[in-house]
Design a protein around this ligand. Structure first.
Ligand code: BGC
Length: 744
């Protein structure tokens, strides 16, 4: 028995059942302005913190979330340690989604870099800041596959593809946890939301999900499996019902799949109030039943705003509804996490050090590099980009061009607006007095029909300045654009329009942004369109009429600096789309990895009123480099199912400048026990090529890349078949080769 288990045993032998239930309970701790808090949460703003502090004093809290101030964390930790007879500290968890103080590009943007080192580095910076502040655990990465961009939480994940999703999930887990969460500057990673949350009916957040086993095993589960294999210390449940059973009460998900099949050894937390909601769903009879069902299913810790269902567990044990052994096994996992983190030895943080770590300029630098690598160049007619340094004047137009809060994106709370670099700031700093730069937002802030839960946080809800006259502003913006050498137009969704509770029924540019873009293009001034988004938007008009389009996502703290470097060619764009970009909302879901089905030659003509191909394919992204692929070879023409082939290709950069390219490999199985997708991503590598350079890139294709879950066998299979591979710069790559798999 190791020292951790021995210590856990010793603690377990002394805990009362009420204290055990407390260890399984996590409370939100935050005070909101009264006017906002009451309607939003149904709470007296002070009642909740008071209730939590009383529970801390009774020694009945396992964890807290939403506290980020190091001084406040120390104060609450002291209450916890002194309130608990055994001095058990609480775990502080938080949504460290794309940074704490230093805000990185949003997760979908990080995925668009296809750069696993940059992704890992981003979450290691986030972990360093979080741990310094006293936060031990991130509710991240979100590894939900998203194939319907009406679902706003698509921004938090890695897009549509399970292979890319799994690789990005692993990089994030490593970034947060390092090789051991007990080391300095590391925190526990909590992949979420298990499972299937991204497939909400109609893209409506929280609505039910109905997924076949085929899709679960082949598409939605692989990123979770990969995160678990990478050692993630926590997993979070999902709110909705999966195939009729609320995920947070699903024994199949949390015991059979996660523990028994995948061997997960960390602890599971429910999503916020998701245990209580088992009754709301009409699944559990009441709160006591909800607690019993969740804990029995394998949900170790309940995340609660107030009145946790797990408070009923001691009575449930007395009544025989759940055994003390079940409770004990859950508590052990929570205590193990605290011990692994070294919390018993040192539960407090050094507030002085926290200030220094949060201010580290290297973190802003890492965020800048990440923003550069995540931008995706969607169009560049006549090589309008990079901009000519000899340009005399520049118009920077659009409501998002100088909005610090929007530049950061959603799901951030501890940012510093003063250090946030907008697109306008970045351009101005870069060109100095050399180029005259004029700016106008052009249109006012578009509003949601209903506020989201995040709109109640101070400064989160965008608004026009007092006395804003949209018509006058529109005219001014167009005049500025008409007088400039080039117009940079920044459009997209305001950050409160994307994320949780931010589903949409259309993908249009909100408000009058398209009209503004059209008016600016009509002036004849060459236009560079920058898109600030976390999901594809309807860019059909722009794709036909605007020469250059760069997707900059919500690029974070150093975003504007990165964008200026990209615009002026200090660095070449190298991001690639992590999803198929639909032409219109009526096409969704649209994925590149569909099957051939009936009449595959008509794939682009499935609709009679619009092409049924995407506007931009999965994996797509242009560069200032010019890449050519050649010499695709497979080392062996035929292998047995358990063997591996090596695929190699040569990539050259014919441009007279350095640029990075993401080399992608796609695989297709021609026949088998199921009809397989036309193509599936099975390998990728980001390579940096100097002007005129050529590099050979190799990929191994073994059983793991060919195995899939077949409905015919209701199991994983490795078929004998002919396999086609394509390698290139996106999912429409044409360079192809094939090999055979024979025998059993
Ligand atoms: C979200 C989770 C998040 C939690 C805590 C929930 O509403 O679904 O992803 O971690 O809130 O903020």
């Amino acid at each position: 028995m190791d020292a951790t288990s021995a210590r856990v045993d010793e603690l377990m032998s002394q805990l009362t059942t009420a204290e055990k239930a407390g260890q399984l309970t996590q409370y939100f701790y935050f005070r909101l302005p009264a006017t906002d808090a009451e309607p939003a949460l149904g709470l007296d703003p002070d009642a909740q913190p008071r209730m939590v502090e009383e529970a801390l004093e009774r020694g009945e809290v396992g964890s807290l979330l939403f506290v980020t101030d190091p001084g406040e964390i120390n104060r609450l930790q002291r209450l916890a340690v002194s309130g608990n007879r055994l001095g058990i500290p609480v775990l502080f968890g938080f949504d460290v989604i794309h940074g704490l103080r230093t805000i990185f590009p949003v997760p979908i943007a990080m995925a668009a870099s296809w750069d696993l080192e940059t992704i890992e580095r981003g979450q290691s910076v986030a972990a360093r800041e979080a741990r310094a502040a006293g936060i031990h655990w991130a509710f991240a990465p979100m590894v939900d596959i998203a194939r319907d961009p009406r679902w706003g939480r698509m921004i938090e994940g890695a897009g549509e593809d399970p292979f890319l999703g799994a690789a990005v999930a692993v990089a994030q887990v490593r970034g947060f946890q390092g090789t051991d969460v007990g080391q300095p500057d590391r925190i526990v990673a909590g992949p979420k939301h298990f499972g299937g949350y991204g497939a909400a009916l109609g893209g409506r957040d929280y609505d039910e999900v109905n997924l076949s086993e085929y899709e679960l095993w082949n598409v939605y589960f692989p990123p979770f499996k990969a995160a678990v294999d990478a050692g993630a210390g926590n997993v979070m449940t999902a709110y909705m019902a999966l195939n009729g059973v609320p995920a947070s009460g699903s024994r199949w998900l949390f015991t059979e799949v996660l523990r028994e099949l995948w061997g997960f050894e960390g602890f599971v937390v429910s999503d916020a109030n998701a245990v209580r909601n088992l009754a709301t769903h009409g699944f559990a009879a009441d709160q006591a039943d909800a607690g019993v069902r969740a804990v029995t299913a394998g949900v170790d810790m309940e995340m609660a705003i107030a009145d946790p269902a797990y408070a009923h567990l001691p009575d449930a044990v007395n009544a025989g509804a759940v055994s003390e052994d079940v409770i004990d096994s859950r508590v052990r996992r929570v205590l193990e996490a605290k011990l692994r983190l070294g919390l018993f030895d040192n539960p407090y943080v050094d507030e002085e050090r926290a200030r220094a770590v949060l201010a580290d300029p290297q973190h802003r630098e890492a965020a800048r590099v990440a923003a550069e690598r995540s931008a995706v160049l969607l169009r560049n007619e006549g090589d309008l980009l990079p901009l000519d340094g000899a340009l005399a004047s520049l118009a920077v137009i659009g409501p998002l061009a100088d909005s610090k809060r929007d530049t950061l994106g959603p799901w951030v709370f501890d940012f510093d607006l003063a250090e946030t670099v907008t697109v306008l700031d970045g351009i101005r700093r870069k060109v100095g007095d050399r180029v005259s730069v004029d700016h106008a937002p052009g249109v006012g802030v578009a509003q949601r029909l209903s506020p989201s839960i995040f709109d109640m946080f101070g400064g989160n809800r965008p608004a026009d300045p007092e006395g804003f006259d949209e018509d006058a502003e529109f005219g001014r913006a167009v005049r500025i654009a008409a007088d400039a050498g080039v117009a940079v137009v920044v459009v997209g969704e305001w950050q409160n329009m994307i994320g949780e509770q931010a589903s949409r029924s259309s993908l249009d540019l909100p408000g009058r942004q398209l009209e503004l873009l059209q008016a600016v293009v009509a002036t004849g001034t060459p236009v560079v369109l920058l898109v600030m988004n976390g999901r594809p938007l309807d860019l059909r008009w722009a794709a036909d009429n605007v020469p250059a389009i760069l997707d900059i996502w919500y690029p974070g703290t150093s975003g504007g600096t990165a964008v200026a470097d990209l615009l002026f060619g200090d660095v070449s764009p190298s991001g690639k789309l992590p999803f198929s970009w639909p032409r219109t909302v009526g096409q969704v879901p649209i994925v590149y990895s569909h099957t051939r089905s009936h009449e595959p030659d008509n794939q682009g003509r499935r609709y009679w009123d619009e092409a049924s191909t995407p506007l931009f394919p999965f994996g797509y992204g242009l560069s200032y480099g010019t890449f050519a692929y050649s010499d695709l070879t497979v080392d062996r023409p035929s292998i047995t199912p358990d063997a591996t082939v090596t695929v190699s290709v040569r990539v050259s950069n014919h441009a007279d400048r350095e640029a990075a390219e993401v080399v992608q490999l796609y695989l297709h199985q021609r026949h088998g026990s199921a009809a397989r997708p036309v193509r599936e991503l099975k390998g990728f590598r980001r390579v940096v090529l100097a002007a005129g350079a050529t590099q050979e890139v190799r990929f191994a294709l073994g059983p793991d890349e060919r195995r899939y879950w077949s409905t015919t066998h209701r199991d994983w299979v490795l078929d004998s078949s002919t396999f086609d591979v394509w390698v290139g710069g996106d999912s429409t790559a044409e360079l192809t080769a094939s090999f055979e798999v024979t025998g059993r």
